[in-house]
Design a binder for this molecule. Structure first.
Ligand code: AMP
Length: 224
């Protein structure tokens, strides 16, 4: 199972990425974590990266793509599955990632798209800020990251929808409820992945199935 996660900051891609990785016993490659690790270790690259993180801007594509390529090569050696969380963030990264996937015979089977509205995301990130003290979890920088998501990341979603590998999930619920729905969907798809090529599949929109998975009535207004 090879999964890409596309979600605005605060929608839960770290939490759900870890859940999927544990469930399918595959590596979880999270670009934000890899970047923050460089900063924490004070590598030369880390000092450069920190400026982008602190401003809520995207780190240059090639820096992230090099890290991810390394992770995908290791994932291939470890059995062939992965959960990639945090990439692609723009169309250039989406194309580059696809080429890496083609070259390594590791293209994604599923793109998981988590949807939630900006007000809820801001609330969650400010709550996280109180616990984790991330330099980019301040009101201004969160607003900048959300704007960037809508401007350059969200447009990629339709590319994956057209390729037939998109699964959209309503993330305006508890992590447990969202996680249950994601694992149910991925388990249902698993037997198909080796037999039905992506171009012959249809993208799946689960966002209206909230009731079956414990939605509240707060799902109105969620956005890409
Ligand atoms: P995240 O942990 O995914 O919220 O990412 C935190 C920060 O890391 C982002 O605001 C960006 O500055 C940087 N980042 C993470 N992934 C990428 C990426 N694929 N391309 C560029 N910058 C990234």
């Amino acid at each position: 199972m090879r999964v890409l996660m596309i979600a605005p900051p605060g929608a839960g891609k770290g939490t759900q990425g870890a859940l999927i990785a544990g469930h399918f016993d595959i590596p979880h490659i999270a670009t934000g974590e890899l970047l923050r690790d460089h900063v924490a270790r004070r590598t030369a690259l880390g000092q450069d990266i920190q400026k982008y993180l602190d401003r809520g801007e995207l780190v240059p594509d090639q820096v992230v793509l090099d890290m991810v390529r390394e992770g995908v090569v290791a994932a291939k050696a470890a059995g062939g599955g992965f959960v990639l969380d945090g990439i692609p963030r723009n169309m250039q990264q989406a194309r580059a990632l696809y080429l890496i996937g083609r070259e390594l015979e590791m293209t994604a089977d599923v793109v998981l798209h988590l949807l939630a509205d900006d007000g809820e995301l801001m609330r969650r990130l400010l709550a996280r800020a109180a616990l984790e003290h991330r330099s980019d979890d301040t009101t201004d920088i969160i607003a900048q990251r959300l704007a960037l998501y809508h401007e350059v990341t969200s447009p990629i979603v339709s590319w994956y929808r057209d390729r037939g590998i998109l699964v959209s999930v309503d993330a305006m619920r508890s992590a447990d409820e969202v996680g249950r729905e994601i694992l149910t969907a991925l388990e249902a798809m698993r037997p198909l992945l080796d037999h039905v090529p992506a171009h012959a599949r249809l993208s799946i929109d689960l966002t209206s199935l909230g009731d079956a998975f414990g939605a509240t009535d707060s799902t109105a207004g969620k956005t890409d």
